[in-house]
Design a protein around this ligand. Structure first.
Ligand SMILES: [Mn+2]
Length: 355
């Protein structure tokens, strides 16, 4: 057993009341891992509670055992387990009323700040669910169908439905094992990916109307304003899958999705890149490294394909002629933050979208 696994097991065995903590903007991994741990810890005869910063996305309310999330707690806990959070800021003020309890950090983010008394951080793992599964294997405890379903959801969602680069042999074999232990892959997939609200579809349609291409069509961007959000009747969390739609464009190297959180004050930018850095177009590389961070795209390089020269191999629906594509300086209703003009507000919150 790895020393961290043993130390965590020790801490859990010595405690009576354990608090599980998920990160803000909760996803299937942080909730799935935490709910699976709730089940295991309860099985060890301990009291367990789960805190998750609000709002908790509705889509995960199907997870078995979900009713424990943010329930009233009696006595304060004597141990805290934080799942899938790379740093303490990810918890908002979730722990502000607590003091002195040992904090255990279970995660897979390479950027993890090792904030716990024990840090079980495995950057090679696809998900915290994978880290948790391996830890439970070392503990030698039984994984119930309830825990298996939660862990499966964690791996499924953090690999983007087994589509992202982190979909490894390890991730797939653990997922298969979790199915053997009682997770229903069809059911979980349906509840996570095939239960979209009409408002979400409307929102996607409106956002797709703002789509623009640049850098020889290797950069795609789209924008979500509060006005579009209102028009669709959707909640902000319903925009979560849109960056993946943008990132699915053929030949793309960089996808940017601007979300207006507070008008003229705070805009969040989600970034996805489709190819390894060494193959990226120089302008995209430059944009990714520096200028987008200041709300600015760099000037077009000299070798850029001439605007009106057609592609050698036109792609259906995309290459009607470069004149049809949005360019820097296009009307503001297409893309309010024109490249070169900067993004309003100094408080942009950068969200790396690998969970
Ligand atoms: Mn994760």
């Amino acid at each position: 057993m790895r020393p961290e696994s043993a130390q965590i097991l020790n801490l859990v065995q010595e405690s009576q009341r354990v608090l599980m903590v998920s990160h803000k903007d909760a996803d299937g991994d942080t909730l799935g891992s935490a709910l699976a741990m709730c089940d295991v810890i309860r099985g060890m005869g301990k009291a367990v509670t789960l805190r998750c910063p609000l709002p908790v996305p509705e889509v995960y309310s199907f997870l078995p055992g979900y009713d424990i999330v943010n329930q009233e707690e009696g006595t304060p806990p004597d141990l805290i387990l934080v799942m899938d959070a790379s740093n303490l800021d990810r918890l908002s003020d979730t722990l502000s009323d607590l003091d002195g309890q040992p904090l255990v950090n279970i995660d897979h983010h390479v950027s993890n700040t090792r904030f716990g008394v024990v840090n079980l951080v495995v950057p090679e793992a696809s998900s915290t669910a994978e880290v948790t599964y391996n830890m439970l294997l070392e503990w030698g405890v039984e994984i119930s169908p309830l825990a298996a379903t939660n862990l499966y959801c964690g791996i499924l969602t953090d690999t983007g439905g087994f589509l992202h680069e982190n979909t490894s042999y390890e991730a797939l074999s653990i997922a298969a094992e979790l199915v053997r232990l009682g997770a229903d892959p069809g059911d979980v997939a349906m509840r996570v990916y095939k239960n979209k609200k009409l408002s979400s579809i409307k929102l996607s349609a409106l956002v797709m109307g703002t789509i623009g291409f640049d850098c020889d069509d290797r950069l795609v961007y789209a924008y979500l304003s509060q006005a579009l959000l209102e028009k669709s009747g959707a909640r902000l969390e319903e925009a979560d899958g849109i960056i993946d739609m943008l990132n699915s464009v053929d030949g793309l190297e960089l996808a940017l999705f601007f979300k207006e959180i507070e008008p003229s004050k705070l805009t969040k930018v989600s970034i996805r890149s489709a190819r390894p850095a060494r193959n990226r177009h120089p302008r995209c590389r430059q944009a990714r490294r520096t200028d987008v961070g200041r709300g600015r795209l760099p000037a077009a390089p000299q070798h850029r394909r001439q605007a009106n020269r057609p592609r050698r191999n036109p792609r259906p629906g995309r290459d009607r002629g470069a004149a049809d594509l949005p360019r820097p300086g296009d009307p503001a209703d297409r893309f309010p933050f024109s490249p070169g003009q900067g993004i309003p507000g100094r408080d942009q919150d950068w969200q790396r979208q690998r969970h």
